[in-house]
Design a protein around this ligand. Structure first.
Ligand SMILES: Nc1ncnc2c1ncn2[C@@H]1O[C@H](COP(=O)(O)OP(=O)(O)OP(=O)(O)O)[C@@H](O)[C@H]1O
Length: 369
């Protein structure tokens, strides 16, 4: 192993021609972090599932190379190819895929028998607690709700004691209410285990909420890659042109006013108020700010109803190539990036330019965690 790979423990170099279609090929060379969640994001048909299947050893592409933490799963140059059943991987699919004739508990026992018992990563008790499934263990899949089935499927994937978890759109088969029910479990799973996770989704909401790192696939190529927070704040990317272009701002809770139902986070000498939940002073909170919810003013308007008014620096401006009436302004609040999507006419009227200090008025924020 080269030292470069040691610093980039999940190395995925895949060159693959789809056998079932002559038109699709996958050609990526990725170095993903070996902890936290890495999202594969991109439009339908961009190759997200095919890439997961290549990593799992489910697509015959022996020329590619896949290495996790120095362990070579396949290498074209070294003629190494570990078959799918020998790769220490947990897989969670869109549908829970539980054995219908086995109870939830028996489904889990099936995974325990296949587990990599030499190196247990998480205990049975912890998995049951994490997924909150104690009360439904005796039920059969048909007796469970879609969300409960998916929680059992996640427990099963964890009990394989995987060194890598692959999740292919685990929420897409659920309706909105069930998605909201299961997202906190997914978040727990992502934050509380040390297992690296590759998470496929075409929902920007899910990616922003769960992923620390992301790769954008398009036509089988990785067109953008990096830490979620910094990738979202860049101009000229697919995100900055996205309808819901957003950034994530994080900081500790430094003030709470139960009387007004508000809490504040602090970061870079700035504060942002948000609707109070069950957070406590000192908790680290991530807030999503959508670019369409940020307006700009030359001075603080004291008669405004907007609470969050930050003094920021204009770092860059980009006119939307698909909609010249709109312009994206990249702002710096200290070192934290905020995006504002405003009309090109407003930018012209305010004579906005790089390096200018201006007031960002944030109309609403969403708490992520
Ligand atoms: N079983 C199959 N038979 C024929 N073509 C396939 C098959 N599976 C995938 N493909 C083709 O491979 C390409 C990549 O598909 P893939 O499922 O990896 O994309 P994706 O990004 O996961 O899409 P989605 O978000 O819709 O699941 C597409 O062009 C698709 O048509």
């Amino acid at each position: 192993m080269s030292s470069k790979q040691d610093h980039n423990p999940l190395c995925v170099q895949v060159t693959y021609q789809h056998l079932k279609t002559s038109t699709f090929s996958l050609d990526v060379d990725l170095k993903l972090p070996n902890s936290g969640v890495s999202a594969l994001f991109g439009p339908s048909g961009s190759g997200k599932t095919t890439l997961l299947r290549c990593i799992a050893g489910l697509e015959p592409n022996k020329q590619s190379s896949i290495t996790l933490n120095g362990e070579i799963w396949q290498s074209g140059t070294k003629s190494i190819y570990s078959p799918a059943h020998k790769r220490p991987i947990g897989y969670v699919f869109q549908d829970a895929n539980l054995f219908p004739h086995l109870s939830a508990k028996e489904n889990l026992q099936f995974a325990i028998k296949r587990a990599n018992s030499a190196q247990p990563i998480i205990s049975y008790k912890d998995v049951i607690r994490l997924m909150n499934i104690e009360a439904i263990l005796s039920q059969y899949p048909a007796q469970l709700s879609g969300g409960e089935r998916q929680r059992v499927a996640m427990a099963r994937a964890l009990l394989i004691q995987p060194k890598l978890l692959l999740m292919d759109e685990p929420l897409s088969a659920l309706d909105d209410a069930l998605k909201q029910e299961i997202l906190p479990y997914l978040e727990q799973l992502c934050r509380r285990t040390s297992i690296p996770i590759i998470y496929v989704s075409h929902s920007l909401d899910e990616v922003i909420r769960l992923a620390d790192y992301m790769v954008v696939l398009d036509k089988g190529r990785a067109i953008e890659e990096g830490k979620t927070q910094s990738l979202l704040g860049k101009l000229g990317t697919s995100f900055s042109r996205y309808q819901d272009a957003s950034v994530v701002v994080s900081g500790a809770v430094t003030r709470q006013e139960p009387k007004w139902g508000l809490s504040w986070i602090s970061f870079d000498n700035q504060t942002i108020a948000f609707k109070q939940g069950d957070e406590k002073l000192g908790d680290l909170i991530r807030l999503r700010i959508q670019s369409k919810d940020v307006s700009l003013a030359l001075s603080k308007q004291d008669n405004s109803s907007i609470l969050n008014r930050l003094s920021v620096l204009i770092d860059d401006l980009e006119r939307d190539p698909k909609d010249p009436s709109m312009i994206m302004v990249r702002l710096l609040a200290g070192t934290t990036t905020i995006l504002a999507k405003i009309t090109t006419l407003s930018a012209h009227n305010l004579r906005l330019e790089k390096g200018q200090t201006i007031i960002a008025q944030i109309k609403s924020v969403a708490v992520l965690s």
